[in-house]
Ligand binder design. Structure first.
Ligand code: NAD
Length: 266
């Protein structure tokens, strides 16, 4: 299973890699020859993902850990570092659910902030302490368009992703002199198990029609290449940046069909 790719020899740690976008990122790095450490808090999905990834690479190491649990994170990162020093961290794990602002209770608020923001911080700091000693490393965090423009019903999620973006920029400023680059990807609406669990039937079609200029939902394969770009040599002078991939949603208000026809007849 010898695989000479863009990331041959690199060790990549990916959180939330058992399904959805994280799993696709893991597949993409595996196809490019990377050694993988994958971290997730769903044991069953983690086992299944590990088996699937083994068809692409023998170098895949699963870690059962909740990113919001600092001691689990420290144990998992220490074990991964023992196998080979981590070159690239993909901080992807996250959760989302809808609650109107006036109804968010303390438990829901903490649940989202603990995983999406505090968990990102725990993993990033733990890994970067190793990278700092070596003066070498790359981190790509998972943001969201919701961290840049509010979506109603998601105050807790929006706040967590806005925090992730500023955490990214602060890390970039503090770690650049240690030769560690830190960037983030901000996807728009992507079809994943998460979005399918949240949204009722028919939601996606309506959402796309109303809000996405490119007239389709994003796919996991639209997002994973951006993580490889930000982790790789092509982006060697880029740090503290975000890349938005949302089919044009944040560019402005989507024009109605009749207005588009008037501008571009035929
Ligand atoms: P998903 O639910 O399909 O996959 C998330 C994975 O993360 C799962 O395997 C889950 O078990 C794992 N995970 C969740 N909490 C964890 C924790 N505390 N510790 C360890 N693992 C944990 O979700 P997805 O749609 O692939 O989303 C992945 C990331 O992308 C999230 O951060 C999400 O906020 C972000 N995102 C998603 C969309 C979208 O439309 N799907 C848009 C923008 C950003």
């Amino acid at each position: 299973m010898e695989n000479k790719g863009r990331f041959t020899g690199s060790h990549v740690l990916i959180t939330g890699a058992a399904r959805g976008i994280g799993f696709e990122i893991a597949n993409h790095f595996a196809r490019e020859g990377a050694m993988l450490s994958i971290m997730d808090y769903n044991q069953e999905l983690l086992d299944r993902a590990t088996q699937a990834l083994k068809s692409l690479t023998t170098a895949v190491h699963p870690y059962y850990a909740d990113v919001s649990n600092l001691s689990m994170v420290r144990d998992a990162v220490a074990a991964a570092e023992k196998i080979q020093s981590i070159d690239i961290l993909i901080n992807n794990a996250g959760i989302a659910f809808e609650t109107p602002f006036l109804q968010i209770d303390e438990k829901e608020w903490k649940q989202i902030l603990d995983i999406n923001l505090t968990g990102m911080f725990f993993v990033a700091q733990t890994v970067c302490r190793f990278m700092a000693k070596r003066k070498k490393g790359v981190v790509v965090n998972m943001g969201s368009k919701n961290g840049l423009a509010a979506e109603f019903g998601y105050a807790h999620y929006n706040a967590s992703k806005a925090g992730a973006i500023l955490l990214t920029k602060t890390m970039a400023l503090e770690l650049a002199h240690l030769n560690i680059r830190v960037n983030a990807v901000c996807p728009g609406y992507i079809s994943t198990p998460m979005s399918m669990e949240i949204d009722p039937p028919g939601f996606t079609e309506n959402f796309v029609k109303q809000f996405i200029p490119m007239n389709r939902a994003g796919m996991v394969g639209d997002i994973s290449p951006l993580f490889l770009f930000l982790a790789g040599e092509e982006s060697r002078f880029i740090t503290g940046q975000i890349i938005i991939a949302d089919g044009g949603q944040l560019a402005g208000q989507k024009p109605a069909d009749d207005l588009l026809l008037k501008i571009n007849p035929g």
